[in-house]
Design a binder for this molecule. Sequence first.
Ligand SMILES: [Zn+2]
Length: 236
Amino acid sequence: MQSIGVLGMAVLLSACGGGQSDAGNAGTNQAVTDAQIVASIQSSNIDFVPGANGRLPGTWRWAGAPARHVTVHIPPPSAASATEQDYANKVATSVSQLNAKLSGLLVLDISNSVPASGNYIHVSYGTSFVPPGSTDYLAYCANVSTAPNQGSMIMPGVDNGITSSPVFINLGNGHCDVTQAIVTHEFGHALGLANHFPGFGVGIDVPALFWDVLTTLYANPQSTTAANLVVKHAPN
Ligand SMILES: [Zn+2]
């Protein structure tokens, strides 16, 4: 991606159905090399909109010291909607898996209300962005963006934190099945993985790489360059 330095730019997501990925499967344990982890962080995170909003080189993510808390607002599902209840349950399952994998690095706190202050992740039911004219509902089953029914990707700020507030996880569009793997995949986007890589929406399923990438991203302070990343593997 070319360097873009304009405040308020809108970067539209690529197709993100999660159909090829199975990041929710924690059982697989392929060997992942440090070089693969660093290359994936580079392509997915570091190289995303370099210089945008005046940001420094290096990684961007939910800023802060280890064990930073981030609220995940899960709106109470409608009692009449089995779909919303299913999505809410799947979000809770993904959050618990993420908290286990990122133990000591990041803590996601579920809340059924909007936090009084600060940035947070807002789960939204049935509002996945489907590009105008597209009927490929499976490919656009879920997305992370700045608002419901929008395709604008979340953006890093000057401090290499996340400046888009709140961060929406849009689940489902009424014509697709949001799987557990898709929900976990979308959390990857919400935590700073912008572009897909093998095991994260591209090609063969390598969940170990997905978890090691997230763990390494949060084990290093924001603004860490690829050369300075200290690789940390997720617990099995
Ligand atoms: Zn995706």
